[in-house]
Design a protein around this ligand. Structure first.
Ligand SMILES: Cc1ncc(COP(=O)(O)O)c(C=O)c1O
Ligand SMILES: N[C@@H](CCCC[NH3+])C(=O)O
Length: 447
């Protein structure tokens, strides 16, 4: 049954009462201002699981994963688990046939605990610890993406078999995103430089890998950044990377077969945000790769991509309860969460929208600043947001597009326990990660 068929039976109004493009596809407004999320009333979920809580629409995660598989049937799509790494999410990803991009022994442990096939896992990181490398080797992770000469030596010393590696390259493509999540330019910490004069340059990396009997060089990797909406930056990166493959054939006599172009595809946090055109991306990538390969007589490489945010971000919302409303030169609506469950405004100046849920108000709307409970004046969740003037303590607020880099970036600042993750599918809610309690926090403090 499609959502539009389902809406009347749920007593839903048209979904277009919500800001377009930023709420999960299954959300709609029900009677009395109720927000229905994946078929369940958000106020019921808040009563059952408490607030703040991360709610995740399982079907949307699966649909987003499937959309990549459909758009790129001949490529490997590896979900970047740093966006949200829980056992249930990795199970859905495995069932949808995706691969997995991990970046620590911890993420590998979660993948291993649900039996995620190791031949479909990659390990990333600019500073992999011996524990990270050993975890990857002991689970049989198929590809390790190496990021420094030191790592190549350390990995070479740990392997006896034929561990496949990709070399991470700095393609020097600026991705038009926030500086803190731009990862493909010279002068940031990731990848081997294409410049010959620096110590950790690509040619040295290639020679170093080829000199290690336990390593087998399978291909190259690059990742230009995150929350990137312009497809032409990926096209630029793809062209450059083929150029690099061609050059390595000339200089080192090797024809590398794998090309991993990373992730970074943008999502909409606000109605005016650009988002990401997957079909346009696929079209332009195919043309760029085909053209560059054909004109250099180079075989089309096997392609891998690593979207994280675009798969889980739009499938999640966070629900908060209002603790206090303070009216002055500015009106502050303070909620029971904040920068500990959403670090993105403080880290990247990220902007969000929010809406009152669970009741309908006829009061005039006025701009407010939604703030968190933490001891910092920068703990702002949404600014200039139009909320009904009668917003009061006890009200529920929902914030969309919180499925990626919210739970995974959450902290215990001010010793606030991290919120639960609740999976919802067709009206049924399941607790995926429980709320962190004071007991949990005390247990770690050994006095
Ligand atoms: C190597 C690598 N691949 C994939 C990703 C996923 O990025 P995103 O969640 O923006 O798709 C990241 C994070 O930016 C990354 O560092
Ligand atoms: N944490 C960033 C994304 C980082 C991507 C990882 N390389 C964000 O929330 O936007």
């Amino acid at each position: 049954m499609t959502l539009s068929e389902l809406l009347p039976s749920l007593g839903c109004e048209a979904a277009d009462h919500l800001e377009p493009g930023v709420w999960p596809r299954s959300t709609c407004l029900g009677p009395g201002g109720e927000l229905l999320f994946a078929g369940a009333p958000v106020s019921h979920l808040a009563a059952r699981f408490g607030t703040p809580a991360y709610l995740l629409d399982e079907d949307e995660v699966r649909q987003n994963a499937r959309a990549y598989r459909t758009a790129l049937p001949d490529a490997e799509v590896a979900y970047a688990s740093k966006a949200l790494c829980t056992r249930a999410v990795l199970r859905w990803i495995a069932e949808e046939g995706l691969s997995l991009d991990t970046c620590s022994a911890g993420e590998i442990a979660v993948a291993r605990s649900i039996g995620f096939p190791p031949e479909r896992i990659l390990l990333h990181g600019n500073a992999k610890t011996p524990e990270d490398l050993k975890a990857a080797l002991s689970y049989g992770v198929r590809r390790i993406v190496v990021d420094s000469l030191d790592e190549i030596e350390q990995l070479g010393a740990l392997t006896t078999g034929a561990q496949q590696v990709l070399i991470r390259v700095t393609p020097d493509v600026a991705a038009g995103t926030h500086a803190a999540i731009t990862t493909g330019t010279e002068g940031q910490k990731f990848g081997f430089s294409l410049r010959g004069e620096v110590r950790d340059n690509l040619d040295r990396a290639v020679s170093a890998v080829l000199a290690q009997p336990g390593l087998r060089l399978a291909g190259l990797h690059c990742h230009i950044g995150s929350q990137v909406s312009r497809v032409d930056f990926y096209e630029q990166a793809a062209r450059k990377m083929v150029g690099v493959l061609v050059r390595l054939r000339e200089t080192h006599g090797i024809t590398l077969r794998e090309l991993d172009l990373g992730g970074g595809h943008a999502v909409r946090y606000l109605p005016g945000d650009a988002g990401f055109d997957i079909d346009g991306y696929v079209r332009r990538l195919r043309v760029a790769l085909a053209y560059e390969c054909a004109s250099n007589g180079f075989p089309l490489p096997e392609l891998t991509i690593e979207p994280g945010r675009a798969i889980v971000g739009p499938a999640g919302i966070t629900v908060y309860r209002v603790c206090a409303v303070k009216r002055g030169s500015r009106t502050f609506v303070a909620v029971d969460g904040g920068m500990s469950d959403n670090a993105r405004p403080a880290l990247y100046g990220a902007a969000y929208t929010a809406r009152l849920v669970g009741r309908r108000s006829r009061a005039a709307r006025r701009p407010v600043t939604v703030v968190g409970r933490h001891c910092e004046s920068g703990d702002i969740l949404a600014d200039g947001l139009a909320l009904p003037d009668d917003v009061h303590p006890g009200d529920l607020l929902a914030v969309p597009c919180t499925g990626a880099y919210h739970h995974s970036l959450a902290s215990n600042y001010n010793l606030v326990g991290r919120p639960p993750v609740v999976g919802v599918s067709r009206g049924t809610a399941t607790l995926l990660v429980r709320r962190e309690t004071e007991e949990d926090l005390l247990k770690r403090d050994l006095g």
